[in-house]
Design a protein around this ligand. Structure first.
Ligand code: FES
Ligand code: FES
Length: 127
């Protein structure tokens, strides 16, 4: 797998975010013994049968992917948030991706993408 990125290794950047037992976690801080027996979803798990998920399509459509380094972590944080709160406000979205840094500073479009994902998921379902 190549989707999950490794950068700070200190829990500061969020590029390594995966979903562990339904919660977004910085995988760089999860010990192997903590992970044992848990269920993980990485960005590779978003697409189904080669079809991009609503969140992936929304990131592309909104121009929310610039260099792309933060994108997998952003999408996993967004998915975990949307699974808990399907209709978040923009403030709730910002809170949901707090801890995920985008060095390209494209936060406005990222928030737009997540907002659009919520609308899309209501219509189509899926991640
Ligand atoms: S690599 Fe930065 S939070 Fe894990
Ligand atoms: S798109 Fe480049 S770091 Fe976020």
């Amino acid at each position: 797998m190549t989707g999950t990125k490794q950068a700070c290794e200190l829990g500061d950047c969020g590029t390594c975010t995966v979903i562990m037992d339904g919660k977004a976690v910085n995988s760089c801080l999860v010990l192997a013994m903590q992970a044992d027996g848990s269920e993980f979803t990485t960005v590779e798990g978003l697409a189904v049968d080669g079809k991009l998920s609503p969140i992936q399509e929304s990131f592309i459509d909104a121009g929310a992917i610039q260099c792309g380094f933060c994108s997998s972590g952003m999408m996993m944080s967004a998915k975990a948030m949307l699974d808990q709160n399907p209709s978040p406000s923009r403030d709730e979205i910002r809170h949901g991706i707090a801890g995920n840094l985008c060095r390209c500073t494209g936060y406005y479009k990222i928030v737009n993408a997540i907002e659009n994902t919520a609308k899309r998921r209501c219509k189509e379902g899926g991640a």
